[in-house]
Structure formats: C-alpha cells, structure tokens
Design a protein around this ligand. Structure first.
Ligand code: 5AD
Ligand code: SF4
Length: 441
C-alpha cells in the first residue's frame, strides 16, 4: 500500500500556498492524501507565529498528533512554516516527537529530509538565510482544492520593519520571483482550467524592485492579463506606502483585475503609525483610498487593524474608528496586539491591558457590523458577474463577485468554472442570494 500524508495548515494565504506546494512535492514522491491524521505515515504541520494564539494551537496539535507513533511507530512528524523558523531546535526540545523541520525557503529539500528521517535521524533544516537554489521549488507542482482559482506566490519575505511583526524574521528579506517563472506557472494553471489568479506575497506591491533588471509590479499585472484564459486577477497583500499611481492606474485599466483590494491600515493614529514604523500617515492612507475609489469604480476595500498597540490611548483608537467610518471597508480583520518575542514593540513601555484591548475590539466590531450591513444592502437588486467555484447541495452553486463577495445561486454543475451574470435578490453581510441571468463566458 502507498504511503499517506496529512497536512494541517495554520496562518495566511502564503502558508496555504506553501502547503499546496508541499502536497505537490509529496505527490511526486508517491505519497497519497490520507483521510485523517490517524491514517497518515507523514503528518506535516505548517505553522504560523504571527500572534500568540497560533503558537498555542500548533503546540496543542503536536500534542495530539504524537499519538500516531503508538499505532504506527514508523510514522513521521514534520513541522514547517513560521513557528518552526522562529523557534528552531527550541521547538524540537519542547516537542521531541518532531522528526523533520524546515524553513519556508527550503521546501524543495523535503525529499532528502524525509530520507534522513526514515534512516532514523532528526532531519532539522532551519536555515538562517534563503539558500542559493531556493528557486528550485518552482519546479514542483502545486496541488489545489479549488480547480478554478489558484494562488501564485510572486514575492517572498519582507523588507519592511513594522515593529510588531515577526515576518521579516521568519520569511527573510524580499526576493521577487522572476517574471518568466510567474508567467510559466500562470500558463500552466490556465491550461489546467484555472480562471482566477491570486498573486501572493507579504508585500506584493514591492514586487520587481530587487530583480536584476527592476520591473514595476504594474507591468506584471499587464503581462498576466495578456495570458489567454486569465479571467480574473487578485493580489494580496499590498502595503499602502508602495501603492503607487501606476498600480492604481493598472487596476483601473486592466479588465481582469478584480474590484477589490486588501490594504492594511493597522491604525488611524499618526503617533501609533510612527511607533509601528509603517512609513505613512493617516492622511496619506486616506489619500490613497480616495484615489483608488475615484479611479477604480465600486472598489471593495478590506483591511487589517491592530487594537491595543503599546501606548494606544482612547484618542488614538478614536482615530482608527474615524478611518473605518471614512473608508467604509467591506471587511475588516482585527487583532489584539500580541507581543512577539524579538520584535521592538514587545519591549515597548506602555503595554495596554487585555481588558482595554477587548473593549476596543468590541467597539470596532460593532461599528463595522453596521457598515457591513449597510454595504450589503446596496447589493440588493444589482446585477453582478460571478465566477462559479463550487457546487454545494443538489442544485446550489457558490461563487464570488469581483468584489470578493460570496454568492449563492441555483444552477447545475455545468456552470462550474463559468463566469455568469446574476441578479442579487437578498443580501446579508457574508452572503448574497442571487438568481442566474445568463452565462457570460
Ligand atoms: N499582534 C497583533 N496583530 C498582528 N499582526 C501582525 N503582527 C501582529 C501582532 N504582533 C496582524 C497585522 C497584519 C496581520 C496579518 O496580522 O494586522 O496585517
Ligand atoms: Fe503566519 Fe505571518 Fe508566517 Fe503567514 S507569514 S504564516 S501570517 S507568521
């Protein structure tokens, strides 16, 4: 019987895309997916360490998965991702069941690491720096669950130094993937039936600057839009400071670029933004948003907000609420500040008590709830283009608008992967109920 793998992924879309690549690597080694971790010969946890909570989740999963060895002593436990990178051997000491561990920049070494672990050695390959042959990883396929929408990582690492963030430590400096390598993957995905390409990076808007011959990100958008069969393009995450006019113009100009952008603001207070070292002011951010709204008609914005950053006062927090009121985001991801070991913000004076963080978070969510239901209402009666992604129960289809809203409609499986026009009958904050008008393409 063939060997089986089970992967548990925490964290961001980058981590999910890395897991898709790891699945591809394991497939080339002859592994098959297991239905549950209890059946696996290789359990891999792809970890996140952005806040304390994901750290704890990883440790509790390790505690559970270790039981696999009682049933199947030859089973291997592997840990990848950002917590592995941050803790290294310290994590192995805490959880000696770990057989394999690697960085996000040496996934391509997984085949050798599995060999080492099977020979009875601990295969720990946490590197300080990305290796020379890092790009080898692109030679492996990805295995995805969604046949129509695919992530494509275009830049790894981050050169920004936001004082709260561990990512520059866990993912290294910025390394842009070459245009040819990206286009090659896009072409391959389209051949496989993919219609929506979602470009990924900690800082996609910085793509191309570090290439031997620098290329602006907007040019990449144009080149991808020229690939026959690409119907939609999304990208995450952009940094407000790098959102240059040429990118906004390209978003307005290229029909395939979706009407949605995730633009993390983090805080509305200039004092806090400066302590965070974000490199922009509230005014600058709002000016970028104005420009986006003016050029890209009907754009849906979403954001990340941290509440309770060290020294945040009531007035600072009010500034954040003010941004939320002015921008009117379609979605907000909000987080209580979580001190991460080794980051400057963790050492700052004036840490905010948890009750205050909770209270501010509640007020932020309350404000956003109102805005979200008001925005949802504006969808009622409108006609939207939807990419049909999934068939749920008998006769129910699910897809997304270009503004990234989930839509439910009636129809049969022959519509899967098609772009259809629908009329929205009923709208709630997280779902639009719609009726099929016609198949566009
Ligand atoms: N505490 C709380 N939230 C954080 N984020 C990043 N680091 C921290 C931290 N130390 C949030 C930011 C980022 C998102 C991915 O996670 O809002 O945009
Ligand atoms: Fe988590 Fe950040 Fe790593 Fe993504 S890059 S997995 S959010 S720590």
């Amino acid at each position: 019987m063939g060997r089986k793998f089970f992967i548990k992924t925490f964290g961001c879309q980058m981590n999910f895309n890395d897991s898709e690549r790891i699945r591809g690597i394991l497939r080339t080694l002859g592994y098959e997916p297991a239905r549950s971790w209890e059946e696996a010969d290789l359990i891999l946890i792809n970890t996140c360490t952005i806040r304390e909570k994901p750290d704890q989740k990883v440790l509790s999963h390790l505690g559970e998965y270790r039981k696999i060895k009682e049933k199947n002593p030859k089973a291997l436990i592997a840990v990848a991702g950002c917590l592995a990178q941050r803790m290294g051997w310290e994590l192995v000491k805490k959880a000696p069941v770990i057989d394999i561990m690697f960085s996000s920049f040496n996934m391509h070494q997984l085949p050798e690491l599995i060999n080492q672990a099977q020979a009875g050695y601990k295969a720990i390959a946490i590197l300080e720096e990305p290796p020379e042959d890092e790009d080898k990883v692109w030679e492996f396929p990805t295995e995805r669950d969604n046949p129509y929408c695919a992530y494509v990582t275009i830049i790894k690492g981050c050169d920004k130094r936001c004082t709260y963030c561990v990512v520059p430590k866990t993912r290294g400096r910025e390394r842009s993937r070459s245009m040819e390598s990206i286009l090659e993957e896009v072409r391959r995905l389209v051949d496989e039936g993919v219609r929506e390409i979602h470009l990924l990076g900690q800082n996609v808007t910085a793509w191309g600057r570090d290439l031997e011959k620098p290329v602006p990100f907007s040019e990449l958008l144009y080149e991808i839009s020229k690939v026959d069969g690409v119907e939609r393009i999304r990208f995450t995450t952009g940094h407000p400071k790098d959102l240059t006019d040429d990118i906004i113009d390209a978003m307005a100009d290229i029909p395939q670029v979706c009407n949605a952008l995730h633009l993390p603001v983090q805080s509305g207070s200039d004092r806090i933004l400066s302590l965070m070292d974000r490199g922009y002011t509230k005014e600058f951010y709002l000016e970028r948003v104005e420009k986006l709204k003016e050029k890209v008609k009907g754009i849906a914005l979403s954001t990340d907000i941290i509440v309770g950053f060290p020294t945040e006062t009531e007035e600072d927090f009010e500034e954040t609420l003010d941004v939320v009121r002015k921008v009117r985001y379609e979605q907000i991801f909000s987080f209580k500040f979580s001190p991460r070991p080794g980051t400057p913000a963790a050492e700052m004076e004036g840490q905010v008590p948890d009750e205050v963080k909770t209270e501010r978070m509640t007020r932020l969510l309350e404000l956003q709830k109102g805005i979200m239901s008001e925005i949802a209402k504006t969808y009622e009666g409108t006609v939207q283009e939807v990419l049909v992604e999934e068939a749920r129960d008998e006769g129910t289809l699910v897809g997304r608008t270009t503004t990234n809203r989930w839509v439910t409609l009636e129809g049969d499986r022959s519509l899967l992967g098609k772009i259809v026009k629908v009329k929205v009958k009923k709208a709630s904050p997280f779902n639009l109920d719609a009726e099929l008008l016609e198949v566009v393409r």
